[in-house]
Design a protein around this ligand. Structure first.
Ligand code: SF4
Length: 211
């Protein structure tokens, strides 16, 4: 601990460590979007140093000085504030899903969107987009890729509205990934401008398949 006080460094609050089933140590750095995999005695020592809060043996990428930490927090907060002026919609094109995770709270009704629901979304965006700096769509479900046709139809309409109003369009999707083959990915990425996919995995293959 005294070492930390002397150096003015602390463990970065963006660092998380995970022990994998094969014994390796995975380190996630959510601020810099980086992952490190450490093994053997080196991994044990790093883990011990973190647990004992003795950062003298930790590599630099795990620590931040107080000033840098405050700056990073500030940067994230500014990003957050900027995003507050986006028109953000979370759209569930279906509650249906091709998986049956044990913890799922959905009732998996395989209903698709009603035409009037799609029309209401389009009208709402058309009417309100001028008050915002951008449109951000999050595709969610159920499994959104179980209803690709409505994702396609709505994406095309919303992209057009943004073009007409000269507003940036951002889209992301939370998916279990099973239906995200190369062709579907190309379609979602290139045509529907879905630039970010959050793929839900319950750990390694064995634990994922248990659910
Ligand atoms: S993938 Fe998601 S929506 Fe599908 S069953 Fe699992 S938790 Fe539910």
């Amino acid at each position: 601990m005294s070492n930390n006080l002397e150096t003015g460094r602390q463990l970065s609050p963006f660092i998380k460590t995970i022990r994998l089933m094969d014994g390796n140590l995975m380190i996630l750095d959510s601020f810099n979007s980086k992952m490190y995999k450490l093994s053997g005695e080196y991994a044990d020592n790093i883990e011990k140093s973190i647990l004992n809060n003795d950062l003298s043996k930790c590599p630099q990428y795990l620590t931040l000085d107080n000033e840098l930490c405050a700056e990073s927090m500030d940067l994230l907060y500014k990003d957050y504030l900027k995003s507050c002026n986006f028109l953000q919609l979370i759209i569930l094109p279906t509650e249906g899903c091709n998986f049956r995770c044990t913890y799922c709270y959905e009732n998996h009704e395989n209903k698709k969107m009603l035409p009037e629901t799609k029309e209401s979304i389009i009208n709402f965006v058309e009417k309100n987009i001028s008050k915002y700096t951008a449109l951000r769509i999050e595709w969610f479900g159920g499994e959104p890729l179980c209803n690709i046709s409505d994702v396609n139809e709505l994406s095309q309409n919303l992209i057009q509205i943004c073009k007409k109003n000269k507003k940036p369009y951002y889209a992301s999707m939370t998916t279990n990934g099973y239906l995200l083959d190369v062709e579907t990915f190309r379609q979602m990425f290139l045509k529907n401008k879905i630039l970010r996919f959050q793929i839900t995995l319950d750990g390694v293959k064995e634990t994922h398949d248990l659910n």
